[in-house]
Design a protein around this ligand. Structure first.
Ligand code: RP5
Length: 164
């Protein structure tokens, strides 16, 4: 059975359009990951089971995305000592400010590393997860360095914004 290092979870299938940016980035970096819908409100038992068993199953980082009353990252962090990275999904009614505040305002003692609202946050959650893993896995460290080099080269190669 493949060993997954990162668990990417989200509160609803409707979060996938945002969270796919996390999985695409992990794929680009060659980081083995699993993807699941786990809802804090609709499947609370699954949430506790997932968080409680995550470390034992070999996961080393959890990326949790949710929108609105976004309790998923915080509740996962309450049940595991693994690093939890929270992605606020842009909600329809409040543009994700509700998601951001729900995720970022954790009480002292139970941290959630909170990223930006939306796709940029999902992408950066994957990069941050890779940076955590890079301390232990040389291949991930090399992939991350390569990603940064390529990103810089892409910007430098196309400096005139008037050209298509
Ligand atoms: C949250 O409620 C989910 O993370 C999602 O962002 C939001 C809306 O969920 P759906 O009603 O689209 O399933 O739990």
């Amino acid at each position: 059975m493949e060993k997954f290092l990162v668990g990417v979870i989200m509160g609803s299938r409707s979060d996938w359009e945002t969270m796919r940016h996390a999985t695409e980035t992990l794929e680009e970096l060659g980081v083995a990951h699993e993807v699941r819908v786990v809802s804090a409100h609709r499947t609370p038992e699954l949430l506790f089971e997932y968080a409680a068993g995550a470390k034992e199953r070999g996961l080393e980082v959890i990326i949790a995305g949710a929108g609105g009353a976004a309790h998923l990252p915080g509740m996962v962090a309450a049940r595991t000592s693994l690093p939890v990275l929270g992605v606020p999904v842009q909600s329809r009614s409040l543009n994700g400010l509700d998601s951001l505040l729900s995720i970022v305002q954790m009480p002292g003692g139970i941290p959630v590393g909170t990223l930006a609202i939306g796709p940029a946050g999902a992408k950066n959650a994957a990069l941050l997860a890779a940076a955590i893993l890079a301390n232990k896995y040389e291949a991930v460290s090399a992939a991350l360095e390569r990603f940064r080099r390529q990103q810089t080269a892409t910007v430098l190669a196309d400096p005139d914004p008037r050209l298509p």
